[in-house]
Design a protein around this ligand. Sequence first.
Ligand code: SF4
Length: 328
Amino acid sequence: MAPFFIQFRMRSSSPSPSVPEAPRFVMVPGQCDLTCIWCNYRSNPPKEPMDFGRLLGQLEGLYAQGVRRVCFGHQSSEPTTCSDFPELVLQAHGMGFQSISLYTSGLRLSELAYVRRLKSCGLSAVNISLPGIDETIADILLGRAGATAAKLAALEHCASEGLQASATLMFVRPALSGMRRSVEGLRALASRWPESIRFQGTLLSPVVDEDPRRYPLFWPSYGEVAWTMRDIKTSAPDFKLFSSDAPSCVAGRIPGLCSERQTMPRIPYVKPAKSCGRCRFSRQCPGVFAPYIKSHGGVSPASFLRGVAPRIPDVKMLAKQIRELKEP
Ligand code: SF4
């Protein structure tokens, strides 16, 4: 599935002769087979049933508008749980789309035969997100035992079959203490297929959350992100972390952090009063999203310089907290 924070970033680039056109997202309403804590953690079913004819019509409409790059996958949906998905890829390929990509949990792609089938239908690229490669913690955050191993197998299968495979490490708070090892693990994997596997990090974009317990549990402080990025940079100096809305005072001080500096819709932003008054970015900057301030206090530039070591999570406690969050 493609969580909102990733779609936002991809959508925002505009076509130009040197930059490829950003793909247009098409939702294929399969039920997601994971309950990632940053996305569909309560396992909500897709809002619409699969309607093959409507999806074909949507693709034809996009092609008629001049769109040539399409990406299947949308919030809380998983295209690969629809039995007709390979046929949809085949139809899109037949229409003439030049790039057909997929946002996916990756579970089905741990089957090599399924990857081969999608490739033969015309799929060109796959995007998979994961909170790290430490299976104990990552599987808890993904909501399913074995999910991390399946994602890593999916990346390997895609690369070995010649698909472009992109892995996004999710910088959720409980995953930060193991993030350097995760980056090193993905780097070792990517070194086997340097033309096919890419990886990067992503900071969660703010969402309007019906359950405020999620913010302090899963949104790291910028000081923790700074510590983590400094730790990662000791062994992977080129690693990049993307954020939709980190303000300039944050983005300029955390190594490797790239911010779009775009505010998210329907999210309240506030300025941490003391530092903002003298800031040269103050006129354009909306500040930091309000629940961040509530969970972590103000933005302290000193904490970006020093960094704050993230806590190593207590596995049993984390599993319990997630169980409680998932209760209706
Ligand atoms: S206005 Fe405040 S939040 Fe925005 S960049 Fe300046 S110090 Fe940071």
